[in-house]
Design a binder for this molecule. Structure first.
Ligand SMILES: [Zn+2]
Length: 273
């Protein structure tokens, strides 16, 4: 069936795809903005506090200890599969994601840039060594016996709503190589996306002839600026998102529908049983 979105995708030769939290909600990863693009909850930890205060790191990693198991086990959904199928058709110049869950890669997309980094890695702020988050989970558990039995609801970005406990007794392991501060390899609020990553994104944008936004309200400037640049360069921009986006006045096409439904035409049809 032909839809305006299918026609938009058909006409494009090289799509610059930008994805956000709306892609991953079907995988059980909570979104942190409502349909108006407003915060549903307290904004996540910011960079200055994390680097400057041991107490902030204790609180962050204690909550992460509880949030990681479910986050790390999330599986790609039909939206990820549809976008991987779009790449397999040779239509995708690059897929820029604001998500930190690596679910696009796990669904089979290869041309992916993780704008805000990836939560499955830990970065040492002293020696820049990257290590595996799952391995760090074991280190956190070993240093904090019993903490994994606390009860907390899942929050966005591998966080958990753990409150009312004394975080000052939580032990945060340091880098085994240099003793430096360990931080998830994601861009925190108050932190800039690395320059080289931004440059790489702009280079891909120059090769693209259309932009497709999937599941993002574009409220965060780090993603919005690429849509702004695309519109300025005269590229058609389509957005698939339930609710307002910051770029509504720049859009050629707006589709307010569930991502998986609207993109289902990209997937092979299954015969009903
Ligand atoms: Zn180190």
């Amino acid at each position: 069936m032909s839809t305006p979105l299918a026609d938009f995708i058909d006409r494009a030769r090289r799509l610059f795809v930008l994805t956000g939290a709306g892609c991953s909600t079907d995988s059980g990863i909570p979104d942190y903005r409502d349909a108006d693009g407003q915060w549903k909850r307290t904004p996540p930890v910011n960079y200055q506090d994390f680097m400057g205060e041991a107490a902030t790191r204790q609180r962050y990693w204690a909550r992460s200890l509880l949030g990681w198991p479910r986050f790390g086990q999330a599986q790609p959904n039909a939206t990820h599969a549809a976008l991987a199928a779009l790449e397999a058709r040779g239509k995708v110049e690059v897929l820029l994601t604001q998500n930190v869950d690596c679910l696009h890669q796990r669904a089979g997309s290869a041309a992916v840039i993780d704008l805000h980094g990836r939560l499955d890695q830990v970065r040492c702020m002293g020696c820049e060594t990257r290590s595996n988050r799952e391995a760090f989970q074991q280190a956190l558990l070993a240093a904090n016996p019993g903490w994994d039995r606390l009860d907390a609801a899942q929050a966005p970005d591998g966080d958990a709503d753990l409150e009312g406990v004394d975080f000052s007794t939580f032990n945060v392991p340091a880098c085994p190589t240099c003793g430096g501060i360990l931080k998830p390899d994601v861009v925190f609020f108050g932190e800039n996306v690395p320059r080289a990553r931004v440059d790489a994104v702009h280079a891909h944008l120059q090769q693209a002839d259309a932009v497709l936004v999937v599941g993002s309200s574009l409220m965060v400037y780090s993603g919005y600026r690429f849509v702004q640049a695309a519109a300025k360069a005269g590229l058609p921009v389509a957005a698939l998102n339930i609710g307002r986006t910051r770029a509504d006045d720049l859009l050629t096409l707006k589709v307010e529908q569930s991502c998986a439904e609207a993109l289902s035409f990209l997937l092979p049809t299954t015969t009903p049983a």
